[in-house]
Design a protein around this ligand. Structure first.
Ligand code: ZN
Length: 141
């Protein structure tokens, strides 16, 4: 790919983000299935409560519940209802990935990495540039 200016290093699958109206109600299903390793936090910048369901291979399911009516997850629920919201790839060097995307004129939602759930640096790529998938890229801080 001629647009890629830097070697990025590793990519791995990190998680699927799922919009839910109630984490508590959603967890009835996941707990019934036997999932136990669950980590809770709030991400005030995104106006969401998060439940991370940790899987054996270090990938996760991320349940996202709106804290109030003005955040992006509430907007998603209003428009589309509960369901898959985004997928997330873990990258070795998020700054270089963003730089490469910008130089390829890819539409980003975040021009700079910001602090996301799980103490990760994250940025979102616009679905218009990815074939309809909201893509999160993340890197451990
Ligand atoms: Zn996510």
């Amino acid at each position: 790919m001629e647009n890629v200016k830097k070697t990025i290093g590793s990519f791995s699958f990190d998680h699927v983000g799922i919009a839910v109206s109630s984490i508590e109600e959603s967890l009835v299903f996941y707990k019934a299935m036997g999932l136990k390793n669950i980590h809770f936090e709030e991400v005030p910048s995104e106006k969401v409560k998060v439940a991370m369901l940790e899987l054996e291979n270090s990938s996760k399911l991320e349940l996202l519940e709106p804290i109030d009516n003005s955040g992006p997850i509430q907007k998603f629920l209003d428009k589309k209802g509960p369901g898959i919201h985004h997928i997330c790839l873990r990258v070795g060097d998020i700054h270089s990935v963003i730089e490469n995307l910008k130089s390829a004129n890819i539409k980003l939602i975040n021009d700079e990495p910001k602090k996301g759930a799980h103490n990760m640096l994250v940025a979102f790529v616009h679905p218009k540039s990815t074939g309809g998938v909201l893509l999160e890229i993340s890197q451990p801080q």
